[in-house]
Design a protein around this ligand. Structure first.
Ligand code: ACO
Length: 434
């Protein structure tokens, strides 16, 4: 189903005789939108929306968020049901193809993913070019971009089969690159993927196994990892996904587009937030220091934010945060961590913030990153890997959104406009005359 017409609105430019009628479009759920495409041609004006908070940049059938109601749907299915009853590979199929797979379709898809988990052996040498202390996001960004130099048979974006193979390659190879980026940073040998393991198990294995010891996957930790992957798999037109779409709108190859998405995800306002939550908790040190820290956060001049709180879209609660909080308790229980100062601090922080008018009046609630950092730390994943893990999960979302865009006949190159406030036309002066 495409967006349907639902009437129109007349826009009149005050002080001129110009007016035009803009179509009002309705999606399947969510707010209606005005189609402003002819606004400039008819009235000679642009719209102004820094941060794009009120602008729909595309039509999409993949993910729906109702930020006020705390709803997140992948292809119509509530995130709570998927996190509880599905698993990451099935969610990948769903996001990419639009429907849940049959048993046979799922088996074939899973096989397609596992067949592509290895990297071209020459890619190994890329890693040696990085300093040992390189951030794994820097390595991930560089090596994913470099995939376009290796897999020439999946670069033709106009060929559906090549798009399909590129999707498999990205979903399958990004965990291997991510795990190797980590192994490289700690000086351990790279662990090659094992295709007899499920996706999350294989990722944990590549991250944590060493050749000198047998590695057993803990089912609770594997379930927690799978859940983290499911919860982060897609989130409609966020900064990194919009970056992938913008890069893809130029016709750039899928590996280059996903590398662009990884770069955008790296920032602390986006994917870097769970790493920032742990740093923040570390700096605060203990529960007694929380009230003073909260005061600092409320002081506009301090420039300090409560990391893991607030969201551009969720203004009630982040449904993923609730699932994360429950998973957090499961993982700490399994690992026998009864007294976790970090979790205690996080809970206290949540309690204070949720009763403080500064946060309540601004509708600032814990987001998914508030708890995911604590889970990952308890699982032995180092903080520098948190955003990398987010990128592993989000790759399928980026690929699905990229594929949808390429397959949309109405797709055009992304090209926002601006209000120019710089100098008006002036004449160049030679340096001696300035
Ligand atoms: N701590 C303190 N104050 C905050 C916070 C915060 N975490 N987030 C927003 N505010 C304040 C703003 O300063 C603003 O105050 P004002 O009205 O007095 O000027 C008010 O709340 C409204 O904020 P917005 O401008 O609507 O927030 P915006 O949508 O621009 O930003 C963002 C959203 C970037 C996520 C922000 O809340 C933030 O920086 N949070 C911390 C970082 C974080 O956790 N990011 C993860 C996001 S989720 C994800 O990427 C998976």
């Amino acid at each position: 189903m495409s967006a349907t017409g639902k009437g129109s609105v007349t826009v009149t430019l005050e002080g001129s005789n110009k007016s035009t009628s803009l179509p009002l479009l309705a999606g399947s759920i969510g707010p209606d939108v005005f189609d402003i495409r002819k606004l400039y041609n008819e009235l000679g004006v642009f719209t102004y929306d820094p941060g794009y908070g009120g602008t729909a940049a595309c039509e999409s059938k993949i993910t729906y968020i109702d930020g006020d109601a705390g709803v997140l749907l992948y292809r119509g299915y509530p995130i709570e049901q998927l996190a509880e009853q599905s698993d990451f590979v099935e969610v990948c199929y769903l996001l990419l193809n639009g429907e849940l797979p049959s048993k046979a379709e799922l088996a074939e898809f899973e096989r397609g993913v596992t067949l592509h988990t290895m990297l071209h052996e020459q890619i190994r040498s890329f890693f040696n070019g990085f300093r040992r202390d390189a951030h794994p996001m820097a390595i991930l960004c560089g090596v994913v971009g470099a995939l376009s130099a290796f897999y020439h048979d999946s670069l033709d974006i106009n060929d559906p089969e090549q798009r399909r193979i590129a999707a498999f390659r990205l979903i399958a190879k990004v965990p291997t690159i991510a795990a190797w980026a980590y192994k490289y940073s700690i000086g351990q040998p790279f662990v090659y993927p094992r295709n007899d393991l499920k996706y999350a198990d294989n990722f944990l294995y590549m991250l944590q196994a060493v050749p000198s010891e047998e590695y057993k996957v803990n089912p609770i930790l594997s379930r927690a990892m799978d859940r983290i992957l499911v919860l982060h798999a897609d989130h409609e037109q966020n900064a990194s996904t919009s970056t992938v779409r913008l890069a893809g709108s130029t016709g750039a190859n899928p590996f280059a587009c996903i590398a662009a998405g990884i770069a955008a995800l790296w920032g602390p306002s986006h994917g870097g937030a769970n790493e920032a939550v742990l740093k923040m908790l570390d700096e605060i040190g203990s529960k007694e220091n929380i009230p003073a820290f909260i005061e600092k956060v409320k002081d506009k001049h301090s420039g300090v934010k409560l990391m893991g709180f607030g969201h551009r879209v969720y203004k009630n609660f982040d449904p993923r945060a609730k699932i994360m909080q429950a998973t957090c308790h499961e993982v700490l229980g399994e690992l026998g961590i009864k007294d976790s100062p970090l979790l205690d601090m996080a809970m206290e922080m949540e309690r204070i913030a949720l009763s403080d008018d500064y946060f309540v009046s601004r509708k600032l609630y814990p987001n998914v990153d508030f708890y995911s950092g604590i889970i990952l730390k308890a699982m032995g994943i180092p903080t520098s890997m948190f955003t990398v893990l987010f990128a592993v999960a989000r790759t399928v979302g980026w690929v699905s959104q990229w594929k949808e865009m390429i397959e949309d006949p109405g797709q055009r190159i992304g090209r926002p406009r601006q209000i120019y406030t710089g100098a008006a036309t002036r004449d160049y002066k030679a340096v001696d005359a300035r």
